[in-house]
Design a protein around this ligand. Structure first.
Ligand SMILES: Cc1cc2nc3c(=O)[nH]c(=O)nc-3n(C[C@H](O)[C@H](O)[C@H](O)COP(=O)(O)O)c2cc1C
Length: 348
């Protein structure tokens, strides 16, 4: 008999509140450094890890994949897998490592994931997803949630999605993030599967009306906080943003605490966010880390603002050079300041 994790139940409420806005799990992107940056920019938004597979944790004992900073909370661990016993063990390990939520990936269409029978292909097996979630929920106190698609391949989303929600919520899952497009498992690359199948927001709104007791977040194609607010006004409980949060972190997260959570924003200007990152960068470098591992996540901080191109160029050209450190970030900031002054002059 597996032991229930000692993790505390009181975490469930704040993490559900935080789910009003979340940054989507993204492999190779939402690593711990990225999440640290995002957390500086928004204290309230829920953050997700990259997907970690249950075989990697349970059979591979790859516990380093769970490393995170206490500053990242509220933060959810996304798991990939389809074996209830193994997923339960992975969930237990994740909750014991301090994650506030365990999320199951039922949306990822990549070949590698399909071969292990997990990700989006599980849209075809809601009973198995329910079994997996029940097994996880039985051993952790933190919420178990699901990120899914509206269907795969030739499935009819209007039929499949409500049946999926019905079955999986029957196992005790009350929060879902729905990527509002199908995944086509044959013929499209994972990247194409994020753009080509058309978005169907009305279907996701309809799910919210039909499953009022569930907490449903809409995901897919949201490119601004204004759009996020519009989805919330349509009745959604939450909005999950992926690529735009990564490429324009200031635009999405810099005003999120005020606009979505009615709290004070941490910073008035992305420059302050950069300055707040410097001690974290110093620490990473002093432990033998490389600047580029952090600075790559900062490239979009000034997107759409004067100096954005210079900022990117200074960082991306210099970060991989021997001895690159915070001085490079300061140099890039100086370039932004000069560009800002130039833009102000031009307005006069
Ligand atoms: C680089 C990249 C990696 C991704 N990795 C994952 C993942 O590990 N797990 C997952 O559920 N979805 C993953 N996704 C999908 C996103 O979570 C999200 O559902 C998708 O990008 C649609 O949202 P967006 O239009 O706001 O980007 C990934 C997306 C990108 C761009």
């Amino acid at each position: 008999m597996m032991q229930k994790s000692k993790n505390i139940n009181v975490k469930a409420k704040p993490v559900t509140q935080a789910a009003r806005l979340s940054v989507a799990p993204m492999m190779d992107w939402t690593d711990r450094h990225c999440r640290f940056l995002h957390r500086l920019l928004s204290r309230e938004t829920l953050l997700y890890t990259e997907m970690v597979t249950s075989p990697a944790l349970v059979r591979g004992r790859a516990f380093h994949l769970l490393a995170h900073s206490p500053a990242e909370h509220p933060v959810a661990l996304q798991l990939g897998g389809s074996d209830p016993v193994e997923l339960a063990e992975a969930a237990r390990i994740g909750a014991a490592a301090g994650y506030d939520e365990i999320n199951l990936n039922v949306g990822c269409p990549s070949d590698r994931v399909q071969s292990g029978t997990f990700g989006a292909v599980l849209m075809r097996q809601p009973e198995l997803v329910a079994e997996c979630c029940a097994a996880m929920q039985a051993v952790v106190e933190v919420p178990v949630t699901v990120k899914c698609r509206i269907g795969v391949d030739d499935q009819e989303p209007k039929e499949v999605l409500p049946a999926f929600l019905e079955t999986v919520s029957g196992a005790g899952v009350s929060r879902f993030s729905i990527h509002a497009r199908k995944a086509w498992l044959k013929g499209l690359s994972p990247k194409e599967n994020r753009d080509i199948p058309p978005l169907d927001y009305p279907l996701v709104y309809e799910m919210k009306q039909n499953f009022q007791h569930l907490h449903l977040s809409l995901n897919g194609g949201v490119t601004s906080l204004k759009e996020a607010v519009a989805h919330l006004e349509m009745g959604m409980d939450g909005v999950m943003i992926g690529r735009s949060a990564y490429h324009q972190p200031w635009d999405i997260l810099g005003d999120a605490d005020a606009l979505i959570f009615a709290k004070q924003n941490p910073f008035a200007d992305p420059v302050e966010g950069v300055e707040a990152m410097l001690p974290y960068v110093e620490e990473h470098l002093s432990e033998g880390g490389k600047l580029g591992q952090i600075s790559k996540h900062m490239l979009g901080l000034f997107a759409g603002q004067p100096g954005a191109r210079l900022w990117r160029r200074v960082l991306s050209e210099g970060a991989h050079k021997e001895g690159a450190g915070v001085a490079l970030i300061k140099e890039a900031l100086d370039a932004v300041r000069v560009a800002r002054e130039g833009a102000l002059e031009a307005q006069k």
